[in-house]
Design a protein around this ligand. Structure first.
Ligand code: HEC
Ligand code: HEC
Length: 670
């Protein structure tokens, strides 16, 4: 795929410089309430940062911060701050925490004894990552739905110095020491923006046909950029023979010349190496965050298969170590030692590759028991692990046939146990346990952040949604295409409409609970029917039971539509939007895009035919339509404007320029 990039001068990436700094709210300094360790709740840890030599802090999606005593390997304290926490960073011994629910950045003083909010700052909608610049004077916050990067000056108070309009929904970011540029990745598709940290210009945007860019790091010599991401091939068919080699979805570690990337050179990202992190028959579903250790090895969380992968870029000798469910953050401690954050098992895993395995198990087991008598340490020998892995491989090999149908039911708990032996992290009832085991020369110890309630249908569905074990040979999960419930923006031939050779745009699942019937052709009357189809014909895995399909449906119905793309800001805006809405009604758009969901139950021929002659489509919901960059079932419209200018979609009459702008403004406000 050809790489292209755009320079900042392009109007699409306009820069918004806020001349008057927004001063953050003064917060009365009161201690944050403590959460008792015994409290049962789904904590859902998402990020970890190290506060001092023996202390780390974990941000939990449920709105709490867990303080971890790294020496004793136990939870020292947990504080309630509220909201939906997404990320954290350390500055001058204080914590910066992003909260997506309240769209704010908080500066927090935290210790094992108490915690207080020092300063709070409203930031653009849905902040997802925060990173402190190498010189420590400012941080940057990426706001996913607002499509903005905010520069915040650090001090006793937080203050916004600039807001940059990125033109895409950002996720990961990376500051580069002693450079004036940083990188910001697209949360869904394959864009990587170079942003000048002095002028706040978007200097270049690389596009490289990827998606799910979840990890960015710099090599130890400072020469290379490492990126973990996926690629969806819209020419591939979901056949086991294609999936098993990563032809349909590939999981990659890419290296590129850092200078060329920062300079915005065309093709800079393709210039480097791309390393497939999976093997035929043993996929590495959903590579997530990564870091480079002192010996130059890359450590990558494999979020879909509950493992971390360690290996030198350039070599294919990867080691894979089992951890908890959905590992999505990593904290390097010292050479050969790091902590893994397992989002969906509410646990951390300590990995230590430095110790003599046999003695490590004895001493760690002792420390564990001394530190917390309630903790049970299970030690499984290397032999046991090898045996269970061999059993799993045999099972995987058995299912490696080309039959399009699933050949049995999938059970996450069963698969997990089969692979990792007696691991207590998976089991809700055992969530207060800490278990350890040895795999060759690696010592791992998992730590629960607190007891979990019993998993309900939505929680079980969430684990399935993010599990690559649903796909043939563990190459991808539902999330690989429907990134965090949204869409990777690609096209895929999923056989969803029972035809081959007519790839369709991946639909967002945000708000999907209300928009039946499902599928582009509207042939799936219930969500579980669509889910069975996805699990069987898209994933080609072992198939799922009816109860697993209804669990997945329960999870999908928890996904809310994204916030309005461009809400009204000025009175003139409001007028234009209501003009547009009146036009939408008078042009009878509401016949097919009706009610609050802006869709309807039938399929219509609107003059667009697919490669197999199919012409009846179910109107997509227009909620959040502004976030879609290419439109219609095969992405044939390059922009929202083109739907009407080039394709004259359902226009009974010609629109004046004013009318068209009003209609588009209305659609963008949804
Ligand atoms: C390889 C990419 C890919 C993967 C993996 C994938 N999907 Fe999809 N999904 C699609 C595409 C493409 C469509 C539209 C297909 C069509 O209707 O013809 C779709 C449609 C759907 C729809 C219908 C949405 C609507 O608004 O009508 C649901 C629900 C869905 N997928 C759920 C899932 C679930 C659950 C999984 C995991 C078991 C999954 N998908 C895995 C690509 C994918
Ligand atoms: C007869 C039913 C019908 C009417 C009337 C109708 N639409 Fe649609 N609309 C559809 C269908 C079906 C599609 C999907 C077609 C495809 O992708 O092949 C669609 C797609 C769209 C899309 C692209 C959405 C996406 O995700 O790709 C937009 C935007 C849209 N319609 C807006 C409008 C507007 C504005 C009007 C009024 C001028 C209108 N529609 C009238 C049925 C209708």
């Amino acid at each position: 795929m050809p790489a292209n990039f755009a320079f900042s001068r392009l109007l699409a990436y306009s820069l918004l410089l806020i001349m008057t700094a927004v001063i953050s709210a003064e917060v009365a300094v009161a201690d944050l309430p403590r959460v008792p360790f015994e409290r049962q709740q789904f904590r859902r840890p998402v990020a970890i940062a190290q506060l001092d030599a023996s202390t780390a802090v974990v941000a939990n999606r449920c709105g709490t911060l867990s303080v971890i005593d790294l020496d004793q390997w136990q939870v020292a304290a947990e504080y309630q701050i509220g909201g939906q926490l997404t990320n954290l960073a350390v500055t001058n011994g204080l914590l910066l925490v992003t909260d997506a629910e309240h769209s704010r950045l908080s500066l927090i003083r935290i210790s094992r004894q108490n915690a207080q909010v020092v300063s709070e700052l409203p930031v653009p909608t849905h902040p997802v990552t925060v990173q402190v610049a190498p010189d420590g004077t400012f941080c940057t916050v990426a706001s996913k739905w607002a499509r903005k990067l905010t520069f915040v000056t650090l001090g006793d108070k937080l203050a916004i110095s600039a807001t940059v309009d990125l033109g895409f929904c950002p996720g990961e970011q990376l500051h580069v020491p002693s450079r004036t540029s940083m990188l910001v990745a697209d949360a869904f598709t394959g864009r990587l923006a170079v942003v000048n940290t002095t002028t706040h210009d978007v200097e270049a945007v690389h596009e490289f046909g990827a998606h799910n860019i979840r990890g960015l790091a710099i090599s130890n010599d400072g020469q290379s950029l490492l990126i973990s991401h996926q690629i969806l091939n819209d020419a591939a068919l979901p056949r086991r023979s294609d999936i098993v080699w990563g032809v349909m979805i590939n999981n990659l570690l890419r290296t590129a010349k850092l200078d060329s990337v920062l300079e915005g050179q065309s093709g800079a990202i393709y210039g480097g190496q791309s390393i497939n992190v999976g093997y035929a028959g043993q996929g590495a579903g959903d590579p997530d965050t990564l870091f480079v250790d002192q010996s130059g090895q890359a450590v990558i969380a494999l979020a879909g298969v509950n493992e971390v992968l360690i290996g030198k870029p350039g070599s294919r000798a990867f080691q894979r170590i089992g951890v908890g469910i959905r590992p999505i953050d990593l904290l390097p401690l010292s050479e050969g030692r790091f902590v893994v954050v397992n989002e969906l098992s509410d646990s951390l895993t300590l990995i230590d590759m430095t110790k003599d395995a046999a003695s490590a198990s004895a001493t760690e087991a002792q420390t564990a028991n001394a530190a917390k008598p309630t903790v049970k340490t299970v030690t499984v020998t290397a032999k046991t692990v090898t045996a269970t892995t061999a059993a799993a491989t045999t099972a995987a090999a058995k299912s490696d046939d080309s039959s399009p149908q699933g050949d049995g039911e999938y059970d996450e708990a069963e698969a997990y146990t089969r692979k990792y032996g007696d691991q207590s992290v998976y089991d809700a009832a055992a969530s207060t346990y800490r278990s350890s085991y040895l795999e060759t020369d690696v010592f791992t110890s998992s730590l629960s952040l607190g007891p979990m309630p019993e998993l309900g249908p939505a929680e079980r569905g969430e684990q399935l949604f993010f599990s690559a074990r649903l796909s043939h040979a563990s190459w991808f999960s539902c999330h690989s295409c429907h990134v965090e419930g949204h869409s990777n923006g690609g096209r895929s031939d999923t056989f969803g409409d029972d035809t081959e050779g007519a790839p369709k745009r991946v639909l967002s699942l945000l708000g999907v609970g209300e928009t039946g019937p499902w599928g582009w052709n509207g042939k799936k009357p219930t969500l579980p029917k669509q889910i069975h189809q996805s699990a069987t014909s898209t994933m080609r895995g072992p198939g799922i039971s009816d109860s697993a399909a209804s669990d997945l449906a329960a999870f999908l119905t928890t996904l809310k539509p994204p916030p309005p793309f461009e809400p009204a800001v000025t009175p003139a805006d409001r007028t234009q939007i209501s003009d547009g809405r009146r036009l939408f009604e008078s042009l009878s758009c509401t016949e097919c895009h009706s009610g609050t969901t802006l869709t309807s139950a039938d399929a219509y021929d609107v003059g667009l035919v697919d490669e197999r002659g199919l012409r009846q489509f179910n109107p997509p919901s227009l909620r959040g339509v502004g976030y879609r960059e290419k439109l219609f079932h095969d992405k044939r419209a390059d922009s929202l404007g083109e739907v009407f200018t080039k394709f004259e979609h359902q226009l009974a009459r010609q629109l004046s320029a004013t009318e068209l702008s009003a209609l588009l403004r209305y659609l963008r406000s949804l």
